[in-house]
Design a protein around this ligand. Sequence first.
Ligand SMILES: C[S@@+](CC[C@H](N)C(=O)[O-])C[C@H]1O[C@@H](n2cnc3c(N)ncnc32)[C@H](O)[C@@H]1O
Length: 217
Amino acid sequence: MDATLPTAPHTALDAHDVRRAYARWAGVYDIVFGGVSSFGRRRAVQAANALPGSDVLEVGVGTGLALPYYDADKRVTGIDLSADMLERARRRVRRERLAHVAALAEMDAEQTSFADDSFDIAVAMFVASVVPNPRRLLAELKRVVRPGGHILFVNHFLAEGGARLAVERAMASSSRLLGWHPDFALDALLPAEDRARATIRPVPPAGLFTLVHLPCE
Ligand SMILES: C[S@@+](CC[C@H](N)C(=O)[O-])C[C@H]1O[C@@H](n2cnc3c(N)ncnc32)[C@H](O)[C@@H]1O
């Protein structure tokens, strides 16, 4: 990567900004974002389903778009900062009778109330570029996932060159309105030692999103 690229987004969103942005988005989220991001979401859940262990933590569960895709033998706990997004997830669980969803709770993914080593797998879909402090999110997921467990991220990361990089940098000033950071770089999330251990793959068809699989030590 170009050493002059910023590793952290220009405009930080705090918890208040996140709640406000997603109170606005909640009613239309599935229509506006559901389609475009569905490949990434399906890939991440497919990867979680293929992993050993049943206890899954989904952080930033949002309206619960991914919840129907987990295998029945997974036991999924979903958390989110936004009560408005969670309310939609709860409705989905009731409507679709998703018995594998163990709990949905309003909680900060950077500072959860779970004990150490509570989960086999943690999944964060399109969340890393939204939380105020992505490295704190990573540390918290490492704490609550047991050694030998797995952390999965799917996200859009800042392009490392070309026309997309210019567009994403131009969009960055709209972070507060969008509720995510178009200029979010992979190394704002993963330090070099984790990047070296992780499996990092573009998600087809367009490769706009990336799936990151980090085994826990
Ligand atoms: C772009 S949405 C993604 C929702 C869902 N994962 C999906 O794939 O559709 C980001 C979600 O992360 C939530 N979020 C942002 N910061 C958070 C935090 N610190 N803790 C928990 N949830 C957070 C937002 O409220 C929002 O629901």
